[in-house]
Ligand binder design. Structure first.
Ligand SMILES: *Cc1c(COP(=O)(O)O)cnc(C)c1O
Length: 452
């Protein structure tokens, strides 16, 4: 299997090459040359444990990695999950199941992708004998998950920029209390956008980025999307046969990576009733799916900060598929979005391919408390956004994207009790190690060079 760019101006890449490069050289995102039809095979995967299911799925994509090696990578990637099922399905009532995706080392769903991506990077370093420097900017969870995935890996240095004082104290501890010598959290003055802009400039210096084998860690890597397909299939296989096609997956959404993965699994033969994009007050995707209007506004900080996003990077992959896998139409639509900061769509087939909902902060607080009263279940503020307008759905699986203990203030305020987790408690005893930096390209480059 080879991978092509959504913008059609990049040579086909093998799986390992596409994972290594991240973004396609023409500015597009990698997608499989064609999506495999898994419908005949899915049932035979029932009963497989998580790593085995993941291996069976990746066999279709990572065709340049020998099966035994692939299996070992995947088993190792998921060793640090603290639940035997990795992604347990918890029944709230006849209508609602929760798919808990927070049993990885940083207690958010991003661990599913980044623990595995860390393994792919490690393999790359071993094969090439060259060390790599991974650089990313984060407004919270991605940084912690990326650091955890690459922690202590020989030949890999990881540099994560984050805006000083604008990530939660626990998120900062997750990034800075690692005790690992290959991890460099860089707290920069200014906003996340300033950090992001400086980072783009560093990557734009091709001579520099080649000289230190610089690699980007962000939500558009192909391996991340594929890794996320697996838990949808895992959950779907656990549902009674008669229920599967009546189930809607409800996905708290920011960058659109998570829900896109489920939707891609459905395009490969996982038959479901549909997908629901659940947003917070940053509702560009709710506006799109309810009215066809995709116009980029300003980000308003919310109680579900990992969904505070206005430009959903993975949306390009969805556009590509809904535009009939046509790279030139994808190119012109992306160009339009870039120039006008807006795009509108009137095609009912596209708009009906997912439903959507929106939840503001007041309602997030109320929902955390009403879900607890009704089911005795503590939902984190991101997961809470999924509990909106469920009446029209026959059966749903709500994806729980983070452990509630990551957001103690909201939970405590809503429930009058604290949610804790031993991993987070242990962090509070460790020293914070971080490097303050100006968010300009030259300072970042100098810092990276000083650590070689
Ligand atoms: C990243 C994140 C999201 C948003 O996921 P996307 O793939 O960006 O849509 C939702 N909830 C939590 C807790 C997250 O960390």
């Amino acid at each position: 299997m080879n991978f092509v760019s959504t913008r059609g101006q990049t040579n086909p890449h093998s799986f390992s090459e596409a994972v290594k490069v991240g973004l396609a050289p023409d500015g597009g995102l990698f997608v499989p040359e064609s999506l495999p039809d898994l419908s005949g095979e899915l049932d035979s995967w029932k009963g497989k444990n998580y790593p085995d299911l993941c291996t069976a799925f990746f066999r279709h994509f990572a065709t340049d990695i020998p099966t035994d090696e692939l299996k070992t990578l995947i088993v190792d990637a998921y060793l640090r999950f603290d639940h035997a099922q990795h992604a347990p399905l918890v029944k709230l009532d006849e209508k609602i199941d929760i798919l808990e995706l927070f049993h990885g080392p940083t207690l958010a769903f991003k661990d599913f992708a980044l623990q595995l991506l860390g393994k792919f990077y490690e393999r790359q370093v071993i094969l090439s004998g060259e060390s790599i420097n991974v650089l990313g900017a984060t407004s919270g969870d991605t940084g912690a998950a990326a650091i955890s995935g690459l922690l202590g890996k020989p030949g890999v240095n990881i540099f994560i920029l984050y805006p000083d004082g604008r990530v939660s104290p626990l998120q900062e501890r997750q990034m800075t209390c690692t005790e690992a010598s290959n991890v460099y959290p860089l707290c920069v003055t200014g906003s996340f956008d300033d950090a992001q802009a400086a980072l783009k400039e560093v990557f734009g210096d091709k001579a520099f980025s080649q000289s230190v084998s610089l690699s980007a860690v962000n939500s558009i890597n192909l391996a991340r999307v594929l890794a996320q397909c697996v838990y949808y299939i895992y959950a779907w296989l656990q549902l009674p046969d008669t229920r599967r096609a009546k189930t809607t997956f409800v996905v708290p959404t920011g960058n659109f990576g998570n829900v896109l993965a489920g939707w891609m699994a459905s395009q490969m033969g996982m038959k479901v009733a549909g997908f629901r994009v659940a947003t917070n007050q940053n509702d560009i995707l709710d506006r799109f799916f309810s009215s066809g209007d995709y116009s980029v506004g300003d980000v308003e900080p919310s109680l579900a900060p990992s969904m505070d996003i206005q430009i959903a990077s993975n949306f390009e992959r969805f556009l590509y598929y809904t535009l009939g896998e046509d790279p030139s139409k994808t190119r012109s639509t992306m160009q339009e979005i870039k120039e006008r900061k807006a795009f509108s769509c009137a095609d009912p087939k596209v708009l009906r391919s997912m439903s959507s909902s929106r939840m503001g902060d007041t309602e997030i607080r109320e929902t955390v408390s009403s879900v607890y009263e009704r089911y005795g279940y503590i939902a984190d503020p991101h997961t809470a956004c999924g509990f909106k307008d469920l009446d029209s759905l026959e059966h749903c699986v709500i994806l729980s994207t983070a452990h509630p203990a990551k957001f103690p203030e909201v939970v405590e305020e809503a429930l009058g009790q604290v949610s804790t987790h031993p991993i987070l408690d242990a962090l509070k005893k460790l020293d914070i190690v971080k490097s303050p930096l100006f968010p300009d390209a030259e300072s970042i480059k100098a810092f990276i060079v000083s650590k070689q």
